[in-house]
Design a protein around this ligand. Structure first.
Ligand code: ADP
Ligand code: ZN
Ligand code: MG
Length: 476
């Protein structure tokens, strides 16, 4: 029997607002525990929440980017449960009327595009953080995170493989980072994902029973957790058992999942509309205004890089995934550099250097116009590629102009024909056999001569001039 996996993701993304969703407390990460709290986010009796407009704007932005319908009317609800990190005894979330519905994301894996439906996006507040083990016999709670704004994005069960799940997360991360609504940091928890997984016989219409996997905190783990869970469910079925609906935790050290709670132990949250918050009404005008301010998104940029500039898909992917990389690239082209060489230099040199240093492209000392000026000189043959690479890493280190580095390092090109002539004579003189063969018509040997001359001049000879001189000496 062959099986097919079915995967749906539930993603929490922390919104990049300065203040929390229902009070004015700061959302800054890493502050002294409980220093960013007030009566509202610690759930004191008698306080009232006030909705942060920026959170709604960001949720709408995300909705528009994922092609959702934006609800003119939506509502907040109370999701009731008890846990020490939730001082109110309920979480304010959206339930039957979310802010966005019916969207989709197109993901591309192995050259094939697949449409993954977005069921809904809703806004909610985050809970606090319990701290165990710092002192024997005690547990503490840090409420800095209570009330930090989140959106939850729920997908349709449209994903079929672990690789697609990982690509979906990367695509989504790229989009929310472009929009500036979330920093997309899975390790720090500002982008979190639960994976719902089931399996069924290939070709079946009905869905199998799903397990929900929590605690996945990196892109690599999305793929690993889903992969493990698919194998586990198949072997349960092959052994004559049946999959039980439950919540499971991913153990990143073992690469396995284990049961956390079954359906019977699932919470009944007793959702009801929050009486402290008026229903949310957003105007068409405001939605239109947000739509007008939308940046070009990574998928559109990628398509444009392929269509207008003719970049191969692989390069277009790399250059469009991060907004600052894409904008740096576009800046280089705007300064007059050839797009394909700009792409090559960015991918092979700049992104490598930036990656080694662990910084953003926008933080690098070398600027787009500097690379552009250098590329123009490479293209017209004034600078040779090999030397340019050396010069470029110096530009990267220092932020200096290439001309200055060339001068200081004595890397100027030898374009003086009398100086080069001596070297050409020497090389031809010490390779008489090759000279004879060249004269006899074996013109492929040109590369051999040029190579020797470059070696003699440490790569500094003007290649055009060297070519001319050799032809002249050979009488061809
Ligand atoms: P629940 O009632 O457990 O919250 P939902 O129907 O609301 O389940 O779906 C939650 C998530 O699980 C969604 O992302 C959805 O696409 C996914 N999902 C639902 N059913 C299945 C299934 N049988 N297999 C895999 N994923 C599923
Ligand atoms: Zn507060
Ligand atoms: Mg549900």
């Amino acid at each position: 029997m062959r099986y097919e996996a079915v995967i749906g993701l539930e993603i929490h993304a922390q919104m990049l607002t300065d203040s929390k969703i229902f009070c004015g407390c700061s959302t800054k990460f890493g502050a002294e525990p409980n220093s960013q709290t007030c009566p509202v986010c610690t759930g004191m009796p008698g306080v009232l929440p006030v909705l942060n407009k920026r959170v709604v704007e960001y949720a709408i932005k995300a909705g528009l980017a994922l092609d959702c319908d934006i609800s003119r009317h939506s509502r907040f609800a109370r999701k009731n449960y008890f846990y020490p990190d939730l001082p109110k005894g309920y979480q304010i979330s959206q339930y039957e009327l979310p802010i966005c519905e019916n969207g989709h994301i197109d993901i591309v894996t192995e050259g094939k595009s697949r449409k993954v439906g977005i069921t809904r996006i809703h806004m909610e507040e985050d809970a606090g953080k319990n701290l165990h083990g710092s002192e024997k016999g005690y547990s503490y709670v840090d409420l800095n995170r209570t009330g930090v704004p989140l959106i939850e994005i729920v997908t349709e069960p449209d994903i079929r493989t672990p690789a697609e799940a990982a690509v979906f997360m990367r695509t989504l991360r790229s989009i929310v980072r472009y929009l500036g609504v979330c920093d997309g940091n899975m390790e720090q928890g500002s982008l979190r994902c639960d994976a719902n997984v089931s399996v069924r016989p290939e070709g079946a219409d009905e869905l199998g029973t799903k397990a929900e996997i929590k605690n996945i905190n990196s892109f690599r783990f999305v793929e690993k957790a889903v992969e493990y869970e698919i194998k586990r469910q198949i072997s349960v079925i092959e052994d004559g058992g049946s999959v039980v609906q439950e919540t499971r935790l991913f153990d990143s050290e073992k690469g396995t999942t284990h049961s956390m709670r079954s359906k019977e132990e699932a919470h009944d949250y007793r959702y009801f509309p929050d009486p402290d918050l008026v229903p949310l009404e957003v105007s068409e005008d405001w939605i239109a205004e947000i739509r007008r301010a939308m940046p070009e998104l990574p998928g559109q940029k990628k398509d444009r890089f392929m269509r207008e500039i003719g970049l191969p898909e692989h390069d277009a992917d790399i250059l469009s995934e991060e907004r600052d990389v894409a904008e740096w690239f576009e800046h280089v082209i705007k300064e007059g550099a050839d797009a394909k060489s700009a792409a090559n230099w960015m991918i092979n040199e700049l992104l490598r250097l930036v990656g080694d240093e662990g910084i953003q492209v926008s933080e690098s000392k070398v600027k787009p116009d500097q690379l552009a000026r250098m590329l123009v000189l490479i293209d017209d043959g004034t600078i040779i590629g090999k030397i340019a690479k050396k010069v470029f890493s110096k530009m990267y280190e220092t932020g200096m102009e290439h001309g200055k580095i060339v001068e200081e390092e004595g890397l100027e090109q030898i374009s003086d024909s009398s100086e080069l002539e001596g070297i050409v004579d020497k090389v031809l003189g010490s390779n008489p056999d090759e000279v004879e063969r060249f004269k006899g018509g074996d013109h492929k040997l040109m590369g051999f001569f040029v190579g020797h001359i470059m070696k003699e001049t440490k790569g500094k000879a003007n290649p055009k001039l060297v070519n001319e001189l050799i032809r002249k000496k050979m009488g061809s």
